[in-house]
Design a protein around this ligand. Sequence first.
Ligand code: NIG
Ligand code: FE
Length: 412
Amino acid sequence: MKLLLTHIKELLQVRENCPPKLSGKEMKELPTLKNAWVFISHGIIEDYGTMDKMGPHQGFKTLDCSGKTVLPAWCDSHTHIVYAGNREQEFVDRINGLSYQEIAEKGGGIVNSAKKLQQTSEEDLYQQSATRLEEVMCLGTGAIEIKSGYGLTTNAELKMLRVAKKLSEEYPITIKTTFLGAHAIPTEYKGNKDGYLDLLCNEMLPKVAKENLAEYVDIFCEEGYFSVVDMERILSEGKKHKLIPKVHVNQFNSIGGIAAAVKHKALSVDHLEVLTDEDLEALKNTDTMPVALPSCSYFLSIPYTPGRKMIDAGLPLALATDYNPGSTPSGNMNFVIATACIKMRLTPEEAINAATINGAYAMGLSKTHGSITKGKVANLIITKEIPSYGYLPYAFGSDLIDTVIINGKEIS
Ligand code: NIG
Ligand code: FE
């Protein structure tokens, strides 16, 4: 129940009063304590300080962190980890020259995953998803958002969200859920998008809300998927059920989704690989968090979200994995941080802030997650012995995690 970490070489992201989010120049600051201790009680960070001023915390289980760095666990605000099977054949098709869009037009992509998921039992889906969740916890993720969107029928969408809910009951990690019924137009509704939108509004959304299965509503606003008009309809309908928008926009094309999402008070707008100056302007001085997904860009060989430009323009930025079977079959936040530094030119400080405080904001978890603050949930990464925190993104292929603590418990 109680745990003391001592002799921490450097404790990162120490904030007595943690701001809800960090924007622009604020993202360059990463406050740390050298030669530090942290005391955890009942899953909460009760106290911390430097070794010369240790509180009366004797007699508890103690971890000697000599040479090690301690930081808040990652807050991964965008994933689709509840899915069935994989799509490595499409990966090979892309190597052989087909584009992501061409594969989707041939019946691959999201509808391919939906077919698999519809044929998978809830128990099997739970087991497959639990394996992924355990994997990302060991990689240092302490809070995660999970979307539906590979069901595309009422039953299958509800099945996905029930699996996510059961995961949150069985595991110590904090889980937030998002209804993404508008992820693709299912095969049965080909040529009848409005019919599917009617089903979403009249049947799926009310059931999701009644069973209290999601806090957020999402839509894939993109050419060939859903338009800005469709997005406005789904977000307005979601609002009637008290669902807050978090949306997929600007992955391949800029079609005006960002300004519309901001107007609907979206908590986050995610992807943004294609970002016009108007899109960037629309995000300024708003409460909407832009979220970049660099391992998706890596895997699909598409442009990276212009994170450097966005931060230089004064915007906040969060980083997440997008873990899913089609565009990002990886939930490794350490790789995301490294890729943000290497490919998007974020500094290590900016990347760590984007993956902790700003990631927590993008899940509505600012008060409880994302920093070393008294009273916040004890979600921590203890690294192996590393020379400095800049080594984390620098040594991008190495496993640098020694121990992960989630809700005050050591994860093995
Ligand atoms: O966030 N872009 C939309 N949805 C997912 C990928 C879906 C898939 O290919 O299965 C994403 O990248
Ligand atoms: Fe996604």
